[in-house]
Design a binder for this molecule. Sequence first.
Ligand SMILES: [Mg+2]
Length: 415
Amino acid sequence: MIPSPYMNDDVHSFAYDTARVRWPKILVQCIDDLSLLPPGSDVQWFTGKFKELLSAIDEDKEVQPFTDDEIKLNPSLKAYNDQLTKGMTWKTGPWLYLECYLYQHINNFFISKSIDIDIFQNLKQSTLISSKLGIIELCKKINEFDFGSIKDEDKLIFFKEFIDISLWGNSTDLSLLAGNVTLEDIKSIQGAETRKANEKNILVNGTNDIFDHLSKAESPVVDIVLDNSGFEVFSDIVLAIYLVETKLAEKVTFHCKKIPWFVSDTLEKDFDELFKELIAFDNQDTAKFVDTVKSYIKQKKFIVTSDDYWTSCSPYWTLPENSIYDQLKDSTLVIFKGDLNYRKLTGDVQWDKTTPFETALQHLKGKINVVSLRTCKADVTVGLPQGVDEKLKAEHGEFWSSSGKYAVISFTAKD
Ligand SMILES: [Mg+2]
């Protein structure tokens, strides 16, 4: 039986705080950022819409179905109405559904006026600039990396390094590669110790199995279902370069969102934004890195794409019923990045934390080769050994799973 979802009125869930504190903050920021609207836009109308939404949440109003006009403009909203139950309110309804609904609702403001902007653009840019030094160091390292010189027996050590970079996304200090170290340092005992220290917060770690799986595959192709733009997508590209250069992947497909999503998620245009910003750093290493990535895109070693499915409200166990499944089922490895993808993989329901990852995937189990690289920022976590949840609760309190301090690298191969 599938447990019930995490709900916004559960004081023991991170949902409670999200609906009451994080969402209003994001909406207020959107009002501030209406300066992004093209000249001549009706700023007052947009301000009114955001204020209306703010008060609907604040007053815990019933969530309304999307209108026929809205569905005409965005047919994917019909599925939202199908799942909306009578009497669902902002502060009491299911967290995952309502959070997705919120971003679709915001998107409607803009599409109803035929305005194509990313209202979160300012927030996205600031995260990239704050990682500038880490990015320059990492670009230098990639540019100088002699991938051909990596012996077969060392490929796993570097694979772990690159997985770590992508896993922790914006925590540059956690990565050996972003620091002032040589290839020899990474292979050294000291490097192994640093890695071990980083790994203690990875509660489930399937990295060795993932490496084995990729190494054995013939003509491997990898798909990455992205999470955030800025430093995080940069770190995913870095991982993808390693995969292609070491022949662990012949091709990597990056899956983006189609609409501005959960503030910082990657849209296709965010690749261009990233390139622009890396070039604006006015640094030869970041410029060379951009040339490399662009040439991979040109050679079709990297594909950047998007699909409506990633902004639906459905758990990923509905994936086999969707058209994008045809592509993913043939992939050697589908890497789901980040917290939201993990919530959707597991349905964001209250699984006991020892539930096997495969069980939590429901109908997706055995259908595709799934990897989740996730820093834990929400309640749901599965696949833990007996006693770990209790231990972490005793040490860090009941919100350890949403603290961002821990991570999981969960892997399951298809049947
Ligand atoms: Mg995100």
